[in-house]
Ligand binder design. Sequence first.
Ligand SMILES: Nc1ncnc2c1ncn2[C@@H]1O[C@H](COP(=O)(O)OP(=O)(O)OP(=O)(O)O)[C@@H](O)[C@H]1O
Ligand SMILES: [Mg+2]
Length: 493
Amino acid sequence: MEKVDALPQTVAPKERKPRVLVVDDDRVVLKAVGEILRRAGCEVVSIEDGVEGLSAASEPGFAVAMLDIKRPHVTGMDILKEIKSKRPEVEVVMMTAFATVETAVAAVKGGAYDYLTKPFENIDDVVLTVQKAFERKALLDRNRQLEGMLDVRDRFEGLIGQGPKMQAVFRLIEGVAYSSATVLVMGESGTGKELAARALHYKSPRRDKPFVAVNCSALTETLLESELFGHVRGAFTGAVVNKKGLFEAADGGTLFLDEIGDIPPSTQVRLLRALQEGEIKRVGSNDTIKVDVRVIAATNRDLGKLMAENKFREDLYYRLNVIAIHLPPLRERPEDIPLLVHHFLTKYGAKTGKQLSRVEPSAMEALTTHRWSGNVRELENVVERAVVLAQGDLLCAADLPPGFGAGRSAAEVGTATLAHLPYAQAKKLALRAFERRYLSAVLSRCSGNISSAARAAGVDRSNFRRLLKQYEVERDSNGNSLSDEPEDDAAVA
Ligand SMILES: Nc1ncnc2c1ncn2[C@@H]1O[C@H](COP(=O)(O)OP(=O)(O)OP(=O)(O)O)[C@@H](O)[C@H]1O
Ligand SMILES: [Mg+2]
């Protein structure tokens, strides 16, 4: 065991000794691994007996477990299974004397992080593997913590929002979930109308019955009618059998009519009748069928305008609009952006196997002040893209789409946006916006000459240069970038 003395790495900081569980029926291995890891700064619990190992596996407090795969009675795979079901936060390293591809694959499939082959050729490998398992656990813990930061109040059946506007939406949904009244959800594209409709269904007593969604703009008039109300054989060319419609399919549950503004006039009449009578007729039939369906309709169009143009029936509008839910555009609730960013980081981090846990402040600033005409959907796409591009655990401004935030080069952060932020954050943003605008203006007044601009601003030239860099203000009058020409200053000075 001479190598142990020369052990280079320390697994973890001394102040918080990580606990490692080692289970192996080979006493020599148990002792050696225990020794290696203690020297590397861990607290080690060594167990020889399989049954004891199994019960230790469900105890709290272990960061990593090292398990011998092949052992009599209780196998390492049994213990791995127990750990992953009871303590999924524990990272597991398997140890095997018979390293075959099959055992390795089975272990990894069972949730193990890695495996080591016995006898250990190099002790450093053991420490390194355990160290990597710790690092992985730390990243995953951080993500779990970020997710945990999302207070229960910030989440509502998949809808995220901590600001007063979304909180009001949550309260409204909660309040109307128990009735069967028709609901009209309005909001710009990507504001979460469908998510809100689903939340409403799952909060309602109808939650165990179907939630059926139909996009009214995606179908032709005939198809839409037959889709909604069903048809009988021979009702139209191609109607070769009797068919149930979505109203019937949603019986007892909720029917979500998306893009209701695009529904053709004849279907509007049929729909109105269904809402008024609580019964439908299949296309081509005169028999009425009773249905118990709650209808939620959604649109991003201005129904008032459509009514004025006689494209949408007023009586239908009032039938649908018994309860109205307005989803505010994202730019009116920037306070929700950091929460949403972390939510999507976790979502796409998990999908891509990347463990992003931090966002560069300048990236978060760009994200918070962007106009988001595509609302939450656009934000989701931007974060997904950034997760793919990001290296390491930090989301950087460079991972955002090209030109992102450039729309703010004039650095106009609207007062309306500021009013939604806490004072300190709003002040910081406003100040940055002012400084950037000021620097651009002074620079352009001095035809891009840094020395003159610094003099005009009454700021030391190197400080001025630093500010320009900090705010990424470029000289634009002669098209030269800041970095490639320090000489002209000398000429002027
Ligand atoms: N408050 C929110 N919290 C979490 N995710 C959200 C929120 N709002 C929207 N999303 C997500 O944004 C995307 C768009 O949401 P959704 O489809 O509900 O929008 P929409 O208003 O129906 O848009 P469109 O009018 O274009 O159909 C979805 O992936 C959804 O999960
Ligand atoms: Mg939608």
